[in-house]
Design a binder for this molecule. Structure first.
Ligand code: SAM
Ligand code: DTB
Ligand code: SF4
Length: 324
């Protein structure tokens, strides 16, 4: 069943739990018949000092986290991390910069393009997340070898303005359109556990189902609570995300976006192996591996290797060709 309206998504989400899992499994069997997991590595190539006020983010210059802003990493330093990531089995290298966006005339953008050209020589998928970009910048990124651009919607349009005031949902959608116009794949998802409702989560999913082409990947981040962020003031004791709510959301995403990779992204460290297994069963087929996310620790690498082996899950091969 394909679904794109909020009502349809609610009907899927609210099914009896095991029926929902059955439907998600049937979708997996049809579109992702092998038990495979995409293994991605994340690197923060420009950390902190960001002009934006995203309430959850340690890198916002307006937060009280006190993160020391760093310079843009040079190509050789990034390459050392990328080579290691490849050697450790990663097939996708994702580089993040704490920027509102980039101007194509900026020297820093030219430096990022040089880095992308070098990383793409390694035969890994290359993903970048640099904030807002124009269509021209998107073309240059694609030409340099980017396979996917990450730009999250994070939540529903209504809840977005509670979390971020320095840019709008429409700004996010505009960048996504520029990425698609340049023929790059879109990686777009959100965060759960920021005080939003299930309806906010499904409204975000509704927007994602309207993308044409469908997002290549959908990261589902569980909030990593960080002291000093505005969200930490809004929700001083953020409750642990209910695992069955997370599983329902993953299963609904899998059914609504059958061909997208669904990434169990930030926050995996706080899930048990049984919880993660349920997420994989429900359709999550991508994770970040390695010690670090952007500014926080990732799940333990040895635990990850053991769990994938116990579940007989093999690495998913990279897809290096880009959509026409
Ligand atoms: N500045 C760029 C942007 O905003 O698109 C790229 C970097 S930004 C850190 C990428 C994404 O990381 C955010 O959209 C958000 O979904 C996720 N993220 C950031 N901090 C997080 C946190 N504390 N917990 C969970 N996800 C987080
Ligand atoms: C995404 O959706 N999650 C990643 C990646 N895209 C850039 C970022 C997670 C960040 C978690 C908090 C941190 O480490 O600062
Ligand atoms: Fe800046 Fe991105 Fe963090 Fe927002 S999420 S403060 S844009 S780095």
């Amino acid at each position: 069943m394909s679904a794109s309206s909020l009502e349809q998504l609610e009907a899927i989400y609210n099914q009896p739990f095991f029926k929902l899992i059955d439907d998600a499994r049937a979708t997996m069997r049809k579109h992702w018949p092998e038990d495979e997991m995409q293994l991605c590595t994340l690197l923060s190539i420009k950390t902190g000092g960001c002009s934006e006020d995203c309430a959850y983010c340690s890198q916002s210059g307006r937060s009280k986290v006190g993160l020391k802003p760093g310079p843009l990493m040079n190509t050789e330093d990034v390459m050392k991390v990328a080579r290691l990531a490849k050697a450790e089995g990663s097939t996708r290298f994702c580089m993040g910069a704490a920027w509102k966006g980039v101007k194509e005339t900026d020297k820093k953008f030219q430096s990022v393009l040089e880095t992308i050209r070098a990383v793409s020589e390694l035969g890994m998928e290359v993903c970048v997340t640099l904030g807002q970009i124009s269509e021209d910048a998107a073309h240059q990124l694609k030409d340099a070898g980017v396979t996917a651009y990450n730009h999250n919607l994070d939540t529903s349009e209504e809840y977005y303005s509670e979390i971020i005031t320095t840019h709008t949902y429409k700004d996010r959608l505009e960048t996504i359109q520029n990425v698609q116009a340049a023929g790059m794949s879109v990686c777009c998802g959100g965060i759960i556990g920021m005080g939003e409702t299930v309806t906010d989560r499904l409204k975000m999913l509704e927007v994602l189902t309207k993308f044409n082409p469908a997002p290549e990947s959908v990261p589902i981040n569980c909030l990593v609570p960080i002291e000093g962020t505005r969200l930490n003031e809004m929700l001083p004791e953020p409750p642990m995300i209910d695992i069955l709510e997370l599983v329902r959301l993953i299963a609904t995403t899998r059914i609504a976006l059958p061909t997208s990779k669904v990434r169990l992204s930030a926050g995996r460290r706080r899930l048990t192996k049984e919880g993660q297994t349920l997420c994989f069963l429900a359709g999550a087929n991508s994770i970040f591996i390695g010690d670090r996310l952007l500014t926080t620790d990732n799940a333990d690498a040895k635990d990850d290797a053991k769990l994938l082996s116990e579940l007989n899950i093999s690495p998913l091969a990279p897809v290096l060709s880009q959509p026409a």
